[in-house]
Design a protein around this ligand. Structure first.
Ligand code: SAM
Length: 301
């Protein structure tokens, strides 16, 4: 990562931290901008505006995604009884993060966040607080680095007990030759009875607008290349798992809490699935080694 330009153009906490290149857009900060947050810079806002110009519906889409996060995590902590969460690609802290949703149902829930962006870690340190009974911690890792994730998160989570892996709006940053193997490898690490929740930009809804966003992401100084997928392709991410009703549906159709949520249309697919008790052999886990940092957020402040 290049040295920061120390640009003071950002309101909020982002402008106070050196060490980040603010001249290029950053996935987490662009997403923050689309959500109406304040932790973003000029380059992030320009990239966000290009996305909005191509597809104005993105603004309701990101809100629908956050609403899905809340519903899915509350389902997992409530009806499904999960007490351990691994949120991969959480983005910048905003209202209703995974540990808040989980701990609102089960205060002792333990949540480990994993992101490859040090900007996210820095904001997590400043802004995230766990319930006193539970834990919120952070590992800096790429979603493809399964060994680092398990070694880090394993300091806070018991992988012999069910874990809910939350991967919302992150897998569409991985190409086909990585995305399916990554999900399969992560699910191989968790105990039977574990869950995965996924949301993912669609290729087969609002197809022209989404194609325009992709063209922009390949040409401009965008934060990352995007790989939208069809409903069938997203469904394949859940191969070997038991999809929870209603299966893979648009974000707003996954157990909406209100008519308003159900009307908030998004060009994204979402689903939650459980690792069956049978069929999967327990993983013969390699020794991933030590020395990976998993920082308890209350210790980072
Ligand atoms: C669009 S934000 C999604 C935030 C949150 N999950 C949500 O749905 O509201 C995507 C996040 O994924 C992270 N990310 C992107 N590619 C990643 C990778 N290869 N490994 C780990 N994190 C990644 C970004 O840094 C960012 O924080």
């Amino acid at each position: 990562m290049r040295e920061a330009d120390a640009s003071p153009d950002a309101p909020g906490t982002a402008g106070q931290r050196p060490g980040f290149d603010t001249s290029l857009p950053n996935i987490a900060r662009v997403y923050d901008y689309l959500l109406g947050g304040k932790d973003n810079f000029t380059a992030d806002r320009a990239a966000g505006d290009m996305v909005i110009a191509a597809y104005p519906g993105i603004v309701r889409g990101v809100k629908a995604n956050r609403a899905f996060l809340g519903r899915a995590v509350r389902y997992l902590a409530g009806e499904a009884g999960v007490r351990q969460f691994l949120d991969v690609g959480p983005g910048l802290p905003t209202a209703g993060n995974t540990h808040e949703a989980a701990q609102s149902v089960a205060p002792a829930s333990r949540v480990v966040y994993v992101d490859n962006d040090p900007v996210v870690l820095s904001h997590a340190r400043a802004l995230l607080r766990s319930s006193p009974q539970g834990t919120a911690a952070f590992v800096e890792a790429d979603v493809r680095d399964i060994g680092k994730i398990v070694a880090g998160a394993g300091q806070m989570l018991d992988f012999s007990e069910p874990v809910a892996i939350v991967m919302l709006a992150v897998l569409h940053f991985l190409p086909d030759d990585a995305v399916y193997d990554t999900v399969r490898a992560l699910m191989a690490e968790v105990a039977p009875g574990s869950f995965v929740a996924i949301s993912h930009i669609a290729k087969d809804i609002e197809a022209e607008s989404i194609a325009e966003i992709i063209r922009n992401s390949r040409e401009g100084p965008q934060s990352a290349e995007l790989y939208p997928r069809t409903r069938d392709e997203v469904t394949r991410l859940f191969a070997g798992l038991e999809l929870v009703e209603p299966g893979v549906v648009t974000l707003q159709d996954w157990r909406p809490d209100s008519d308003l949520e159900a009307r908030n249309q998004a060009a994204a697919w979402a689903g939650v699935a459980r690792k069956p008790l049978s069929r999967w052999a327990s993983p013969a886990r390699p020794d991933y080694g030590s020395g990976i940092s998993c920082m308890n957020i209350s210790d980072m402040a």
